[in-house]
Design a protein around this ligand. Sequence first.
Ligand SMILES: NC(=O)c1ccc[n+]([C@@H]2O[C@H](COP(=O)([O-])OP(=O)(O)OC[C@H]3O[C@@H](n4cnc5c(N)ncnc54)[C@H](OP(=O)(O)O)[C@@H]3O)[C@@H](O)[C@H]2O)c1
Length: 290
Amino acid sequence: MSGDSAPAEIGMIWAQTHTGVIGDAGAMPWHLPEDLAHFKTTTRGAPVVMGRRTWESFPERYRPLPGRQNIVITSDQHAAEQIRERGGHPVASLDEGLELAAGFAPERIWVIGGGQVYSETVTRGIADLAVITVIQSSASGDTSAPTLTADWELTRRDPAVGTHQGANGLQYHFETHRRKPEMTETSRATATQPAGPNTSQAASQATSTNLTMLGLGGYLILPFLALFTVTLGFVLVLNDRILPGLAFLFVAQLWVAGGLWAHLKRRRLLQEIKEARGLAERPEAPGAGG
Ligand SMILES: NC(=O)c1ccc[n+]([C@@H]2O[C@H](COP(=O)([O-])OP(=O)(O)OC[C@H]3O[C@@H](n4cnc5c(N)ncnc54)[C@H](OP(=O)(O)O)[C@@H]3O)[C@@H](O)[C@H]2O)c1
């Protein structure tokens, strides 16, 4: 799309409630200045591609969004004329928009919504990056975020644990998701489980349950069973009941082996969490144009 150079990276950026709402009646059903600042910093200098309804959701004075080439998809000739008059670039399809954007900037293109355009971008596997602001808001709406399937993975969370608090009290955090480069075409086709913000929360709950179970088993239940069985084994041997005594001592070894396995498995899980946190805290490369 951009001549001889490497193709531009195509990212999506949106803000959603923790239940996946991104819009209502042509606007965002919350006010979070910190997210608007984050959007501005992230997309500054790069071309932005959007649907006609998202363009119309901006206040007049922000049409076009300053410091970015605004590319607007519409099939309506009258709307196209108005977009052009205001300094935007009307195009007839997402592909045409991306082609034009790649000509403006060879590095990164941002798809900035709305629901219809995100959905086409994800379904057709066009983007490899999604930057999401997840807001703890119970607002309802008529437009939803696209579902990221299991071929996407969470690569960064800010903050790593918990949330930021906006000046108006809203809690939120940022997530960066990338499509896994190693996924084969077959596994992409079968990857249907949602892997968005709600799934990552469920995964971390499952991890903490596993840690607890392994800790209980490895440090409490199995050592207790081993001690009990060894004692019983020795008591039997000392009372000349050699065979049953040896059998108990043998079983005790199995409990010890089980305890050791639980300890090693728990240690590995903790190491993985530590590595994932390290990844989460690593700063993201600055967005195009900074
Ligand atoms: N929370 C967020 O981060 C965020 C970000 C962006 C938007 N939003 C919200 O999302 C809502 C708007 O989303 P939406 O899904 O209603 O609309 P949208 O995706 O912004 O725009 C849809 C329009 O774009 C044009 N279009 C899209 N794909 C096309 C294609 N392949 N070919 C031709 N034209 C195409 C059509 O325009 P014509 O009808 O003119 O042909 C279509 O009606 C608003 O509430 C907005 O506030 C939220």
